[in-house]
Each structure stands twice: as C-alpha cells, then as structure tokens.
Design a protein. Structure first.
Ligand code: SAH
Length: 213
C-alpha cells in the first residue's frame, strides 16, 4: 500500500481537471487531493486511478468517476460532525471523502464481498466510518435517523420513501434517479411533508438493486 510523490502529483492534476469541470468546494477538492484513490482499485487499473473515469471493482460494480464523487459531495454541503448516510459503499472511496469532510458516516452495501473487503480496508487507511452495514439501502437506516444528509451512489429507478423520511428538517438527499441514465437530483427537507427538488443533469451509475437483501 504505497502512496508516492508520483501519485500525489497525479492527484493534483486530477484536482485541476475537476476545477476546470466546475467543482468549487475547497474541502471536497482537498479530500480528493489527499485520498489515495489508486489503493481503492484492483491492481490491473492502478495506472488509470487518476483519470477522471469510473472503473470496475469487485462483484461487477464500479468505483464512481471522481467528477461524480466531487459533484455529489459538493451538493451534500457536509459540515463537520454531520450525520451522513451513504447508500452503496462499494470500494469505500466516497465513504473516505465523507470522512475527510468530518462527517459521522453510516454506509450500506448489499454485496457481501464488497462489504467485507471495504470494512477491512478503510481502517487500514485510517478511515473510521461510524458504521458500515451489510443490507438493503432502499430501507435506509431508521434506527440512526435523522440524517443531515443522505447520498445514494447507485442509479435509483425511483426515490425510496424511507430515505426522504429519514432526513432531518433542512437535510439534503442527493440521488441519481433513472434507469439507463440518471438525473442527479437534490431534495431539501423543508418541513415534515415539504421537500424542495432540484435537478442537475445526467449521470450513469450501476443500478440500485431491489429486494436482494
Ligand atoms: N460509492 C461507491 C460506488 C459503488 S457503485 C464507490 O465509489 O466505490 C454502487 C454500489 O451500490 C455497489 O457497490 C452496489 O453493490 C451497491 N448497491 C446496489 N444496490 C444497493 C442496495 N439496494 N443497497 C445497498 N447498496 C446497493
């Protein structure tokens, strides 16, 4: 598990690319500058780790494109000590970004292989989410609600109701909604039953799967 000057230089270049693409949040950029993304990937893709691209990880899943991670993280507006729920732990890269932003992170993954691998891996890098859960993200995590924000990192065919109801008042849900292509969508909870909705263009994710856990 090595992080060299070369990797650090490549990360700075990646950050420059993200800035050109419109990412502005200084904390988010600092997190991406710091986290060794190459260590979250299979060895066959190490050389590509700092391209702004998604890559395969275990169990037919993908590590999200850095731009997508940055875009979603920026929309969340995480403040230190915020309780944040992530659906789709995957490689743990987005989880690490949330940890760097100072969040208390809860993250759910439905693929056992990834859940096990990432549960072991994150602490090795010094990242300690509050809880990693093997389960179904459609249900959210009622026992730990309300959350200051919730991020879904797989394409959701519809917006799961439990996720909206587990937001704190003022809380933010960032979720890509759609089947083949997803529209990045932000919900802000304004009251018990009141939500504002904003849409931010198209992205492509692996699907958020139903009824598997
Ligand atoms: N944040 C991850 C993205 C991984 S891809 C990263 O950057 O590496 C999306 C992940 O969502 C996959 O690991 C997939 O197994 C998981 N997923 C799909 N449906 C899910 C569900 N219903 N509940 C929890 N996780 C789910």
């Amino acid at each position: 598990m090595k992080d060299t000057f070369k990797h650090q230089g490549l990360r700075q270049k990646l950050v420059d690319v993200l800035v050109i693409k419109g990412i502005q949040d200084k904390q988010v950029l600092a997190a991406i500058r710091k986290i060794p993304r190459h260590l979250f990937m299979d060895s066959s893709f190490l050389d590509h780790a700092y391209q702004d691209k998604a890559f395969p990880i275990a169990a037919d899943q993908t590590i999200s494109q850095p731009y997508t991670v940055a875009f979603q993280s920026e929309l969340l507006q995480v403040k230190p000590s915020d309780k944040v729920l992530e659906i789709g732990t995957g490689s743990g890269y987005q989880t690490a970004v949330l940890c760097e932003l100072g969040a208390k992170v809860y993250s759910i993954e439905r693929q056992q292989e990834l859940f096990k691998k990432t549960s072991k891996f994150l602490p090795k890098l010094g990242y300690r989410p509050k809880k990693l859960i093997f389960g179904d993200g459609y249900k959210g995590l009622k026992e730990e609600a309300p959350f200051a924000s919730i991020i879904v990192t797989a394409g959701a065919p519809f917006v799961p109701k439990p996720l909206l109801s587990q937001l704190a008042i003022g809380g933010r849900l960032v979720i890509p909604v759609g089947n083949d292509v997803q529209t990045m969508t932000l919900f802000i909870r304004k009251g018990e039953k009141e939500f504002e909705k904003y849409e931010f263009g198209e992205f492509r994710f692996v699907p958020l799967l139903e009824d598997k856990n």
